[in-house]
Design a protein around this ligand. Structure first.
Ligand SMILES: NC(=O)c1ccc[n+]([C@@H]2O[C@H](COP(=O)([O-])OP(=O)(O)OC[C@H]3O[C@@H](n4cnc5c(N)ncnc54)[C@H](O)[C@@H]3O)[C@@H](O)[C@H]2O)c1
Ligand SMILES: O=C(O)C(=O)C[C@@H](O)[C@H](O)[C@H](O)COP(=O)(O)O
Ligand SMILES: [Zn+2]
Length: 364
């Protein structure tokens, strides 16, 4: 097991990464000051529950914990106020009080939803992230928790850090191929924003990485989590630097919302977004070298899309981009490349450049 830390003073927490950690959950929870006198409320989705729900519940019961569970339908449409209300009902019936702890067992959808439940339930209870997707190497770290609004991603949310992340990498073996592919988009993002050595690993060891071969996949996950932990430790509430983690997301979130939170996965949407934002960077001169070609090549090598689906209109995408949380004073703010493995934050992005790029992104 490898352990990294998100350093946030009294809210610092460990990220444990390794195989078989769900079996060791009671011990790892105890290390986070969660003893059996704290009731545990598991939130998971139907797919994850089918595979891991009963085992996790049993390990915890055997260790003397009182355990409740609520299971939601899979997919981003469950990241909603409607489903949140159901969870609150279940938590109340279970008797979850402020001494209790929410366990988010699943991918990023569950992490965000259960995290927002724990941020808002009785004005805040503790929660632990138990990620089960590759993408969740990103979503489980950093305390951005939220549900979606039909018009925009993650607009109803909070910053609420977990007290621990326990990432059992054995769970990745049961991920459907499309979801594994989707997760690589955020791994690639971490390379593109901050780490040329991660980009080299991704380029050179593709077959081993998609085959989930240890130690390559472990190294990629560790590098991604380390970048995330470092950025979050320096700028927890996105006053500046943290926005770099949002590379590809201005276009990506607009596309994801317009595709009804499901026709495209989060990873697929931000893959398209990273190509579009690289193109905008080249047009605006934030980067001198050709970033678009190697970005596309890398994303395609992992089976990710690099063009817009024909059913999305450029003008609709631009309109949705105006709901993005990075914007200031009614102007688009975007994260754009400044080199291979480097990005920066740029204000006042002109609409005509965005529309031109979106048109090109569709035609290619
Ligand atoms: N908070 C953050 O910082 C952050 C970062 C990135 C993404 N996100 C959010 O994360 C969400 C996407 O997360 P995701 O890609 O993990 O999707 P997801 O949680 O919807 O999981 C994808 C699919 O895989 C299934 N699944 C999960 N684990 C499995 C396993 N081990 N075996 C078999 N099936 C499994 C799920 O049931 C689901 O059908 C989006 O809502 C996105 O906005 C948040
Ligand atoms: O943690 C962050 O900060 C990120 O931007 C990570 C993103 O991968 C993630 O999708 C996040 O949920 C997006 O945040 P949002 O503020 O754009 O909703
Ligand atoms: Zn993301």
């Amino acid at each position: 097991m490898e352990t990294l830390y998100v350093e946030l003073g009294e809210r610092s927490y460990p990220i444990h990464i390794g195989p078989g950690l769900l079996r060791r959950l009671p011990l790892l929870l105890a290390e986070c000051d969660i003893a059996p006198d704290h009731p545990l409320f598991i939130v998971t989705d139907e797919h994850v529950n089918q595979r891991y729900g009963s085992d996790v519940q049993q390990f915890l019961k055997d260790a003397g914990y009182k355990v409740g569970k609520s299971v939601v339908p899979p997919g981003d449409t469950s990241k909603s106020l409607h489903v949140l209300e159901h969870l609150v009902t279940d938590a109340l019936h279970f008797g979850l009080d402020r001494n209790g702890v929410v366990l988010a067992l699943g991918g990023g959808m569950i992490g965000d939803l259960a995290g927002f439940l724990s941020a808002s339930y009785m004005r805040g209870v503790r929660f632990v992230q138990l990620p089960t997707t590759l993408l969740a190497h990103d979503s489980s770290v950093g305390g951005k928790v939220a549900v979606n609004h039909p018009l925009a991603k993650n607009v109803i949310g909070a910053f609420h850090q977990p007290v621990g992340v326990i990432y059992d990498t054995t769970t990745l073996a049961t991920l459907p191929k499309r979801e594994l592919t989707s997760g690589f988009a955020e791994v690639i993002k971490h390379g593109l924003i901050r780490d040329v050595t991660l980009l080299e690993l991704l380029e050179e060891k593709r077959d081993q990485l998609v085959g989930l071969e240890s130690p390559y996949i472990d190294r990629a996950i560790l590098k991604g989590c380390r970048i995330k932990a470092e950025v979050v430790s320096r700028d927890e509430k996105e006053h500046g630097l943290r926005a770099v983690l949002n590379y590809g997301h201005t276009i990506g979130h607009a596309v994801e919302a317009l595709a009804d939170f499901g026709r495209l996965t989060h990873g697929e949407s931000i893959a398209i977004g990273m190509v579009g934002e690289a193109m905008i960077g080249e047009r605006l001169g934030t980067v001198k070298e050709d970033i678009v070609t190697p970005t596309k090549e890398l994303l395609r090598a992992y089976g990710l899309p690099t063009t817009l689906p024909p059913y999305l209109a450029e003008t609709d995408i631009l309109a949705r981009m105006y709901h993005d949380k990075k914007n200031r004073s009614g102007k688009l703010v975007m994260v754009l490349p400044t080199g291979w493995g480097q990005v920066d934050i740029f204000p006042n992005i002109p609409d005509d450049t965005v529309l031109d790029v979106l048109r090109q992104l569709k035609d290619e």
